[in-house]
Structures are given as C-alpha cells and as structure tokens.
Design a protein around this ligand. Structure first.
Ligand code: NAD
Ligand code: THR
Length: 373
C-alpha cells in the first residue's frame, strides 16, 4: 500500500511539472525520477529543473587526483569559475585552493555529501574518487569501501536529487576472457582485480538506476591517461607518465612493465574533452550509457623510441613488477570505440607522436611535478 501511495505521489508530482523544452534532458532531469534511498521512504523526491541543465552547478569528487584539477579547469572555462566545486578528502595545494571553490567531501559520508549537494544546488556530479588498480590489489578492503560503498552513496544521492552523474570506468573493467585486440563495447567482462570488479559494478548499477529510477547516468571507459602536470594515483599505466619526468630529469627510467606490453592510452586533453562532450550530449543521442573511448595503443618500447626521437640519450631498463604485469596482461591491448564516434561525435586529437611532443613541451625544467604538488 505504502509503495502504491508513493508511486501515485510521484506521478502527481511529475504531472505538476512544466514540460521541459531543453533538448537532451533525461527522464531524471524532466521529473520522472525517484530515488531508492529516500524518495520511496518519505515521498520527498527532488528534481533538477531545466535551467540547471543549461547552467549546471557541478561537484567533482576525488578532485585532487590525476584528472580532477584539469577537469575543473576545463569545466570552469565552459560554465564559470564558481559553478564548479572541486572536492576531496585531502588538503589542496595553494594554487588549486585559490583557483576556484574547493570543499572537503568524503564520499563515504552520505549525510555530508547530501548536505553539499543541497546547500550548493548541485545539478551535475562528476564522480572521480576511486582506488586505482595497483593500490587496490594492495588494499582490497579500502578499494571495496571507496569504489563500491562510495559509489552506492553517489548513485543514491544523484537519484534522490535528480542529478546528471558521470562515473568513469576503465580498460580495467575487462579481463583475460574478454577479446583483447580490440576490445568491443559489449563482450565478456570478468576482470581479475578488485578495481575492475568495482568498475563493472559501477557500470551495471548506473545503468540499472537509469532504467529503474530514470537516473541520468553517463559513463566512459577511459584508457590509461597521460598527463604532464598531475601525478598518476597508483595504477598499472602509471609508467607512461613517469617515463617523461625521468627522461627530462635524469635521462634514465626503470620500467615496471615488460617492454612488449601493449595497452590503450590517451592524452589528458582528449580525455577531459570527451568527458565534457558526453556530459553535454543530448540524451536522445545516447544509445548506451557506457561507452569505450580510444586514442592510441603502445608498448613501453614504442613509447621509449618515440621519446628518443626528441631525447636520444634516454636509457630504459626493465624491472617487472609481477602484480602490475599480471594486471596489464589481462587488460585490452586496443579499444573499439565506434559507438562513441557514431552517437556523440567522439574523435581523439592526440596519437603517439603528438602526445609525446605535448608532454615534453609541458615538462620543462621549470614545470616539474614536484612544483605542481
Ligand atoms: N587516471 C587514469 O589513467 C584513469 C583511467 C581510467 C579510469 N580512471 C578513473 O578516473 C577517475 C579519476 O582518476 P584519477 O587518476 O584522477 O584517480 P586518482 O587516484 O589520481 O585520484 C582519486 C582521488 O580520490 C580521492 N579519494 C579517495 N578516497 C576518497 C573518499 N573516501 N572520498 C573522497 N575522495 C576520495 C583521493 O584522495 C584522490 O585524490 C577514477 O574513477 C579512475 O578510476 C582513471
Ligand atoms: C587504466 C586506469 O584505470 C588506471 N590508470 C590504472 O592503471 O589503474
């Protein structure tokens, strides 16, 4: 009886709402959304209104990692400095603190997260908090807590408040039984890491909430991301960032993956632009809620040779880390991303030579990681 009453209330509420004219609004944004954790409990479901989608107020969780600060910069250029709030559980460096709104937010604290969303009138949520692949294998319970319990909090809050929510997945959501060269959008997903398992869980939960509650869930499976001014957070693809700093600083790098380990990779500018593009894509252009995106694939040997074209003295030796190598050997070697290209016009700009040139241009002696963090 209670459920019937609440559903009737939700239908009445949806009828009272004005029709949305903005193109691309999801059912969530247009008011047929119900949240699992509270709306069914007290009938007070809230919904985004249409103008919030044109002028979103955005919260980025886990924003002090490799990707968050760059994304905040891009989104602030597009939507205004004060409309993008970075959050994390760590203290931001001064340059980040002074560049726009920053707030403490632990995704495991549901009540605090909810207060932040309500008090700041958040309409889009970019969920970047995570424990990455290599760190996750060293601390499975932390990875379960952050990547699974934390995700549940995010999805419930997003559904409750009618938010558009972006959750990145990864090449790590595939495993040794997936086709690896290339890996299609839809295929067997049996990852062998807690990171991968938690990301498959995130994809499926987000898609379930979309169908069950109308949540505007959007997800991209990122390749390994390569960035000049932010450190990677403990993943299997970290070598592809570290090699540049070693090349410029000492001319010597010890690689923890075998020289022939081929993995899909992407320059950060392409990754962040893809994220903005999927966030802005009209809902009716999306035939899926989870997309592969691809740019390039290379081995440590390919990367070394490309860097040596500009820094011929670079020397690389190999000291394989068995944990990272086993992970890399179970991941895609190349990624198939035709659905993203077809549905919302995804197109990468950086292949290996352009990426190497951009990285070495950014990593000048006056612009080292140590100074950025
Ligand atoms: N960087 C990549 O190569 C890559 C590739 C594929 C997918 N991704 C995904 O993109 C997202 C961002 O990646 P990243 O490289 O910036 O990660 P990162 O590891 O560099 O940063 C993650 C951030 O999450 C924060 N965090 C940890 N526990 C938290 C908690 N309880 N509450 C709030 N924040 C918490 C950390 O402090 C950290 O700043 C992640 O979801 C990751 O899985 C990244
Ligand atoms: C690929 C990605 O998810 C991350 N860089 C990791 O290696 O864990």
């Amino acid at each position: 009886m209670l459920v019937v009453r609440l559903l009737r209330g939700a239908v009445r509420h949806a009828r009272r709402r004005p029709l949305c004219s903005t193109e691309g609004l999801s059912p969530a944004a247009c008011g047929i959304n119900s949240s699992p954790r509270r709306a069914f409990a007290d009938g007070r479901a809230q919904n985004s209104n249409c103008t919030e989608i044109d002028h979103p107020k955005i919260l980025i969780t886990g924003g002090l990692g490799q990707l968050g600060v760059g994304l905040a910069k891009l989104l602030r250029r597009r939507f205004g400095k004060n409309n993008v709030i970075l959050s994390d559980i760590r203290k931001p460096p001064n340059h980040v603190y002074h560049n726009g709104p920053f707030i403490f937010s632990d995704i495991l604290d549901y009540k605090n997260l909810r207060e932040i969303v309500v008090n700041n009138n958040i309409s889009w949520l970019v969920h970047y908090s995570a424990v990455l692949s290599a760190v996750g294998e060293n601390n499975v319970s932390l990875a379960k807590e952050v990547n699974i319990t934390g995700l549940h909090n995010i999805l419930d809050i997003a559904a409750e408040h009618g938010l558009r929510v972006f959750v990145p997945s990864t090449i790590g959501a595939f495993g040794p039984s997936s086709p690896r060269d290339p890996t299609p959008e839809l295929c067997v997903q049996r990852p062998r890491t807690i990171y991968g398992v938690s990301k498959v869980h995130a994809e499926l939960m987000g898609e379930y909430y979309h169908h069950r509650y109308g949540l505007d869930f959007r997800c991209l499976r990122y390749p390994g991301i390569i960035s000049a001014d932010s450190q990677p957070g403990g993943g299997t693809t970290d070598y592809a960032v570290q090699i540049f700093h070693a090349a410029v600083k000492t001319g010597y790098f010890e690689c923890n993956l075998r020289s022939d380990t081929r993995l899909p990779m992407m320059y950060i500018d392409d990754c962040l632009r893809a994220t903005l593009e999927i966030l802005e894509a009209p809902a009716d252009s999306l035939t899926s809620r989870t997309y592969n995106i691809n740019a390039m694939s290379f081995t440590p040997q390919d990367l070394t040779q490309e860097i040596q074209k500009m820094l011929p003295d670079l020397k690389v030796t190999y000291n394989v880390d068995p944990v990272r190598q086993a992970i890399a050997d179970s991941w895609p070697m190349a990624f198939e991303d035709s659905a993203a290209r077809r549905d919302w016009g995804w197109k990468h700009e950086y292949d290996l030579p352009e990426m190497v040139q951009a990285m070495l241009t950014h990593i000048t002696p006056g612009n080292q990681l140590a100074q950025a963090y």
